[in-house]
Design a protein around this ligand. Structure first.
Ligand code: P1T
Length: 379
């Protein structure tokens, strides 16, 4: 089945009692049993809920995976993955990474005994330099947040297989429409469902997808035992959101390409980070690895004046200033003070994330209006 058909049909079937074409919101905490242990497969909604089951199956289908497991947020999904490991285990992660992912690794799991190495994964030798007998997992985020670097998933997962190391790919920025890491050898795909999958800035949720039965059982155990599950209403909203994922992503990609190309030519713009631009160092790899270049881009103004970057963000009208991404409406974010504030400034500077960087989540409005807005804001 092709992607658009799967986005609309996968995982969902008419409600068995009424024939309702839309999966109902099973707003219930418990399920009545005929006799102790004699039930219809549902006992308690932390463990299973039919609306969540439909969504989990739909997400698994979109990532060409066997098992989907949803969590209360993207970070709750990351938390579940990290709980698979034990003190002394070492994990290598992308150094340009969502600030919250860095924070949970450094501030929650490092004190519990996990050891993290953050490296620039655009060069595989950086990974090889820190791999040891103790390395248990490699955490890839591609495109990276917020510098949109492209990391070679196949090259790294091949190395992982050779060394018997697990590989996890945070596929939030690409969405399953643009890349499917399981097909490239990854063991687990992680999503902040909050973003493109939900697509309408109305839900916070995370998901993990895998083909490995043992990993899936362990992650489902953590889902139930730790209890960070999404509610049925949110699952319904995401089920609705993913029906238009393919159409939205096409427009996100088109609009972001128009905006990136316009910014690159603007005399006041110093640098544009967008993998769709032929000048971008990740362009050739993105062309091979992805089916489009996505809706995210970042840029810096000439002169690198902090106050000018702030004034530009304040002047935007169609783009709203805020955290998050992947909704139909365009958003502008200041990573240094918002999404990446939990990464110490010296670490941010090391990876090239300046205080003057502006990140755009290009929405699906009319591109002319987005350009006009940027024009009046940049001046
Ligand atoms: O916000 P949450 O659903 O918990 O997802 C965390 C997360 C994980 N991975 C990536 C690549 C992300 O971008 C995020 C969340 N990011 C933002 C809120 C942001 O504005 O970048």
């Amino acid at each position: 089945m092709k992607f658009g058909t799967k986005a609309i049909h996968a995982g969902v079937s008419p409600d068995p009692t009424t024939g309702a074409i839309m999966t109902p919101i099973y707003q219930t905490s418990t399920y009545v049993q005929e006799s102790p242990g004699k039930h219809k497969g549902y006992e308690y909604s932390r463990t299973h809920n039919p609306t969540r089951t439909a969504l989990q199956n739909a997400l698994a289908a979109l990532e060409n995976g066997k098992h989907g497991i949803c969590y209360a947020s993207g970070l709750a999904a990351t938390d579940a993955v990290l709980k698979l490991y034990r003190p002394g285990d070492e994990i290598i992660a992308t150094n340009d990474i969502y600030g919250g992912s860095y924070r949970i690794m450094k501030r929650i799991f490092e004190p519990l005994g996990l050891v993290f190495h953050f490296v620039d994964m655009s060069e595989i030798n950086h990974i090889k330099e820190v791999i040891s007998e103790k390395t248990k997992m490699i955490w890839i985020e591609t495109p990276t947040n917020p510098l949109l670097k492209i990391i070679d998933i196949e090259e790294i997962t091949a190395l992982c297989r050779e060394k018997k190391i697990a590989s996890v790919v945070d596929n939030t920025f690409a969405s399953p429409y643009l890349q499917n890491p399981l097909d490239m050898g990854a063991d687990i795909v992680m999503h902040s469902v909050t973003k493109y999958l939900g697509g309408h800035s109305d839900t916070v949720m995370g998901a993990l997808i895998t083909n490995d039965d043992t990993l899936a059982a362990n992650l489902a155990f953590i889902q139930n035992a730790s209890g960070a599950v999404p509610g049925p209403q949110d699952c319904f909203l995401v089920l609705r959101g993913i029906k238009t994922l393919h159409i939205r992503m096409q427009r996100h990609c088109e609009n972001a390409m128009i905006v990136a190309s316009w910014l690159e030519k603007h005399p006041k713009v110093n640098k544009v980070y967008y993998p769709g631009l032929p000048s971008n160092p990740g362009h050739a790899l993105a062309r091979r690895q992805m089916r489009g270049f996505g809706g995210m881009l970042s840029f810096e103004l000439k002169g690198d004046v902090y106050e000018e970057a702030v004034r530009t963000m304040e002047r935007l009208r169609v783009f709203s200033l805020g955290e998050s991404l992947g909704g139909v409406e365009s958003l502008c974010t200041h990573p240094a003070s918002m999404t990446h504030a939990s990464i110490p400034k010296e670490e941010r500077i090391k990876v090239g994330l300046k205080d003057t960087l502006i990140r755009l989540s290009v929405g699906i409005e009319d591109a002319e209006d987005l350009i006009a807005d940027l024009e009046q804001a940049i001046g």
